[in-house]
Design a protein around this ligand. Structure first.
Ligand code: FAD
Ligand code: NAG
Ligand code: NAG
Ligand code: NAG
Ligand code: NAG
Ligand code: NAG
Ligand code: NAG
Ligand code: NAG
Length: 617
């Protein structure tokens, strides 16, 4: 979430960033010998990869190797301390999109983690679930068994929920429902014990517009205004990354769990259509080695790189692969299709009479930052408990709550030609799946969240479109894993997405004009100050929107093969043996809000399914 933070922080954080504090221990990784054999090999040690590795290696006589492109993080303040958030050293840089045709041909940064722990080391830590209807729609689209009801036990299993202090909670209108939470899982989930005074203005302003206060968005209805739970261990107020919660936590007792960092999986090795191992490159030496898997190869390289690895291995659209001289193992046109993300728009204001301190004070006021850091270091509530430059609350609403004219937006969506949206000559299976998705997604535009507003109480407001109808692709640009794939978000190729963005933007203007916020003297500075003509506003929105909020997904969809699907409901790649995909790339469509809680839960579920099919449960 809030990927622009990543860039904005590069300058802002300098005022108080410190070199390595040295207050954290270092772990030493196990190195796998090349030419070895493991029961399971996992390509990519991100959220899904480490979750599955942890669960599989619970079985003492099962050996697991994770091969991860990035290094172990150094437990730098920038990734450990929320208020010092500065993930740049562990991002995949530069990773760029192709020119976006509907956005004037501009290319955009594709934010992704490249580190043991993947996105969980670099993300903004917001940890929340989507609405029940979203998961139920996945199930209807072919991800059979991925309903809200069946995922709930895995959401619980994945987390240890820490309730906030009751006095603090009452003062801040912070509510929750313990019955939907877990209390013994690996991810430490909590709420920041500090907030800026402007949070009350945001809350009261939203309430005055009729936005419901949601008791707990993790209970199956993720609409309304609510406080953002985050993946932070409240005992230390530090990040609970997958590296910490699914590796460090268990590694002393798991000689059977190896992580090989700084190593790039280039392709899967097949005997016929059975995956028997992978080829990987040591980043330091450039040497290519192989390692064998006797039970399964699991691809968990994230939604940009998992399809790239499959394609390089001969799994994908056979005619596209032939153009690169890659022999087809299984002709699976859905690989790399169906790319989705959340649109991300920065809508900023100057405030003539804001209340000090606010969500920009750590960056603008070194005295304040030093005071807050001292409180943090003393274990007292502090602005450093909040992810730098972000807010603690979010408003997520269905379409009809953003605009009184949702009917015309729905009509616009229904009038689109899905084939033309996919470029005019799509693979028939991919088109079939897209049509089914559109029908179900449009049918609940008015009941589940389609977008969000989050104000950081200072200079930054963020607007997101979270139920996009546009689709993109990830395609090879080379036969080398070392060359980035072509990442085309297809942002706003369906004009419905721009209308949704406009509706949220206009509602934000109403929000800023409520007495609770107007009293702070907001003056819009970007993207459309002073504009009232809707066409002019839309032009400004297109010039300012980013196609990614770092929530890429869905490029190896769990749908029927006839619908362009890539994996079956047990995460197995169609047409192969011994090969599965477990990460956000298997979702049929993107969840509302932050994805990470859903990635953890989905990986917990997949781990159980994998154990079951190998008699390891
Ligand atoms: C800057 C940023 C902010 C975010 N903020 C939030 C937030 O606040 N809340 C939220 O819910 N979500 C957030 N997200 C998104 C969330 O972190 C991701 O959705 C999640 O990490 C996806 O999990 P994954 O397992 O699919 O992939 P990842 O966690 O991305 O893991 C994939 C791993 O595979 C590795 N890899 C890739 N290719 C290869 C290869 N060829 N060989 C070996 N390894 C490879 C990568 O280096 C990476 O470590 C954010 C993401 C970013 C980047
Ligand atoms: C792995 O096997 C290859 C081919 O037999 C060999 O060239 C290489 O030296 C082996 N590597 C190691 C580390 O044993
Ligand atoms: C590993 O243990 C499981 C039970 O946990 C058993 O079924 C299996 O046979 C064992 N495998 C080996 C290779 O020892
Ligand atoms: C909490 O809600 C009450 C009324 O519902 C309001 O007066 C108060 O300002 C709110 N405080 C915060 C921090 O949201
Ligand atoms: C959406 O609007 C309806 C109708 O005004 C209202 O009943 C509902 O509570 C609103 N939803 C949220 C989440 O605010
Ligand atoms: C900066 O922070 C200090 C310490 O909290 C505070 O006294 C001062 O008023 C702040 N300055 C501004 C311009 O807000
Ligand atoms: C794709 O490869 C071509 C040829 O190597 C290169 O010029 C181009 O920049 C690449 N495209 C992207 C988006 O990386
Ligand atoms: C907003 O504030 C900045 C810094 O004080 C100033 O340079 C800019 O002109 C202001 N913009 C508007 C629209 O008031």
């Amino acid at each position: 979430m809030l990927s622009r933070v990543v860039l904005g922080l590069a300058l802002a954080v300098g005022a108080y960033a410190r070199p390595l504090a040295g207050r954290y221990a270092q772990r030493i990784e196990s190195r796998a010998a090349s030419n070895g054999t493991y029961d399971f090999i996992i390509a990519g040690g991100g959220i899904a990869g480490l979750t599955v590795a942890d669960r599989l290696s619970e079985v003492a006589n099962v050996s697991v190797l994770v091969i991860e492109y990035g290094p172990f993080d150094q437990r730098d303040d920038g990734v450990m301390i929320p208020g010092a958030y500065f993930p740049v050293p562990y991002l995949w840089l530069p990773l760029m999109s192709t020119p976006q045709t509907a956005l004037g041909g501009a290319s955009y940064l594709v934010p992704a983690g490249r580190v043991v722990g993947g996105g969980s080391v670099v993300n903004a830590m917001f940890f929340h679930r989507s609405s029940a209807e979203d998961y139920d729609a996945w199930d209807k689209l072919g991800a059979t068994g991925w309903t809200w009801k069946k995922l709930l036990p895995y959401f619980k299993k994945s987390e240890t929920f820490h309730a906030p202090d009751s006095t603090y909670a009452a003062e801040h209108n912070l509510t929750w429902d313990e019955s939907v939470h877990g209390f013994s899982g690996p991810v430490q989930a909590s709420y920041a014990p500090y907030d800026f005074p402007g949070a009350a203005n945001f809350y009261n302003g939203a309430r005055s517009l009729g936005v419901q206060a949601r008791e707990d968005p993790n209970a199956g209805d993720a609409t309304g205004i609510f406080h953002l739970q985050h993946s932070v261990d409240p005992k230390t107020q530090t990040r609970s990354s997958a590296r910490i919660n699914h590796y460090d936590r268990v590694i002393d007792s798991r000689p059977n769990y190896h992580v090989l960092p700084n190593s790039i999986v280039g392709k899967v090795i097949f005997e016929g259509t059975t995956a028997v191992g992978v080829e990987y490159i040591d980043r330091a030496s450039g040497v290519t080695s192989t390692v064998r898997a006797s039970k399964e190869v699991i691809i968990s390289a994230g939604s940009v790189h998992s399809p790239q690895i499959l394609q390089l291995s001969g799994i994908g659209d056979a005619s596209q692969l032939a153009a690169f001289g890659i022999e087809s193992v299984v002709d699976l046109p859905g690989v790399g299709q169906n790319l989705q993300d959340h649109l991300n728009l920065k809508v900023d204001y100057n405030y003539t009479s804001n209340v000090f301190p606010d969500g920009g004070s750590l960056q603008s006021n070194a005295t304040y930052a030093a005071e807050q850091r001292a409180l943090y270091d003393a274990g007292k509530p502090s602005a450093f408990d909040i992810t730098a430059t972000t807010g603690s609350q979010i408003i997520q609403l269905p379409l009809s709550n953003w605009t009184s004219d949702s009917a015309s937006i729905i009509a616009l969506a229904k009038s689109q030609d899905p084939s033309a949206l996919l470029g005019g000559n799509p693979d028939p299976t991919v088109l079939s799946g897209f049509k089914k998705q559109r029908e179900i997604i449009i049918s609940n535009f008015d009941t589940v969240a389609i977008g969000d507003i989050s104000w950081n109480t200072g200079p930054e407001t963020s607007i997101y479109v979270t139920r996009p109808l546009s689709r993109g692709t990830v395609k090879l640009n080379s036969t080398s894993i070392l060359v980035d794939p072509l990442i085309d978000f297809g942002a706003i190729t369906d004009p419905t997405d721009l209308e949704m963005l406009l509706a949220i933007y206009l509602k934000n203007r109403e929000l800023m004009a409520t007495p609770d916020i107007a009293v702070l003297g907001p003056i819009e500075t970007t993207p459309a100050p002073g504009l009232t003509d809707l066409e002019q506003i839309k032009t400004a929105l297109k010039a300012n929107v980013a196609p990614s909020n770092a929530h890429m997904c869905c490029t190896n969809a769990m749908m029927a093969r006839e619908d362009g699907g890539v994996v079956d409901p047990q995460n197995r790649v169609y047409g192969t043996k011994g090969l599965s995909v477990v990460d956000a790339s298997v979702w049929p469509f993107v969840v509302a809000g932050g994805p990470q809680a859903s990635v953890y839960a989905g990986a917990e579920k997949a781990a159980d399914v994998i154990k079951a099919r190998h008699g390891l449960l």
